[in-house]
Design a protein around this ligand. Structure first.
Ligand SMILES: Nc1ncnc2c1ncn2[C@@H]1O[C@H](COP(=O)(O)OP(=O)(O)OP(=O)(O)O)[C@@H](O)[C@H]1O
Length: 258
């Protein structure tokens, strides 16, 4: 079930978030919200903290200050049953993909169901099959990850991240290592899941064609000022951003992509 199917409700709230390592802040006092059913993209130069911010948003790291709320509940510092409940509201795929190589696709997608539900084996298989079907992998249930292409592996990782029926998916560089055609296929899948299931996405990506294809809104992180230097729909930023770095980012890459 989507966390909250009504549009314009924040499903993720980042409030005064300061994060860093070894007592040194990398990003300070970040404030932004992600609305239900939107694709929200984290941008920024290399080392600006995109992946680190994503890891804070999913509770993998604890911030130096501030909080992250998912579906209105505070994830930061949460524990026990409350934390488990919040964690089940979202799925994650990491850059490395990380399917278990010794398991079939069906077994990979079944894994979270085995760990977190008491469904019967038949029901788990049914859910796993449906999820693989949803990402265009019907018929590949018994393939091993090494037997399918990189693009299909990414799709299978998304199917696994969706196994527990979350309303939110966090994707860290989903098109890394994919050719442009396969990457565009993945963009279409993201848009389809958003349209048919009303899912909310938070995506880290550098790929400009992808950003224009999928993003409702982006935020641009900046290492020097340790904050957000631009936010809004990508076309708006391309045409009207005040910050020179932001204009350079969109225009240089637009030229390269042309
Ligand atoms: N676990 C960690 N411990 C200490 N420093 C870290 C850790 N993880 C990341 N960093 C540092 O934080 C900074 C931001 O890293 P991060 O990976 O979040 O950037 P990014 O914007 O995702 O970069 P890229 O686009 O190159 O992947 C970098 O200087 C990195 O070395």
């Amino acid at each position: 079930m989507p966390v909250d199917p009504s549009k314009n409700d924040p499903v993720i709230q980042v409030r005064d978030l300061t994060l860093g390592f070894g007592g040194r802040p990398l990003l300070e006092r970040l404030n932004f919200q992600v609305q239900a059913g939107e694709v929200f993209v984290l941008l920024g130069g290399s080392g600006s903290g995109k992946s680190t911010l994503l890891k804070h948003m999913i509770g993998l790291y604890e911030p130096m200050a501030g909080e992250v709320r998912i579906g209105g509940e505070v994830l930061t510092g949460s524990e026990g049953a409350a934390r488990r409940r919040i964690l089940r509201r979202f799925g994650v795929t990491y850059q490395s993909g990380a399917l278990f190589g010794s398991m079939t696709l069906l077994e990979n997608v079944r894994l979270p169901l085995e760990a977190y539900t008491r469904l019967s084996r038949e029901a788990m298989d049914l859910v796993a099959r449906l999820n693989l079907q949803l990402v265009g992998l019907a018929g590949f249930e018994h393939h091993m990850p090494a037997e399918i292409s990189g693009g299909m592996q990414k799709r299978a990782a998304i199917a696994r991240a969706m196994a527990l029926d979350p309303g939110i998916l966090f994707l860290d560089e989903p098109s890394a290592g994919l050719d442009p055609v396969t990457s565009a296929d993945l963009d279409r899948l993201i848009l389809r899941l958003k349209d048919i299931l009303g899912m909310t996405f938070v995506v880290v990506t550098h790929e400009l064609p992808s950003i224009f294809a999928i993003a409702d809104r982006v935020i641009m992180l900046d290492r020097e000022s340790r904050g957000i230097i631009a936010q809004g729909p990508p076309v708006q930023l391309r045409d009207h951003a005040e910050h020179p770095w932001v204009r350079r980012f969109f225009n240089r890459e637009a030229t390269e992509a042309a």
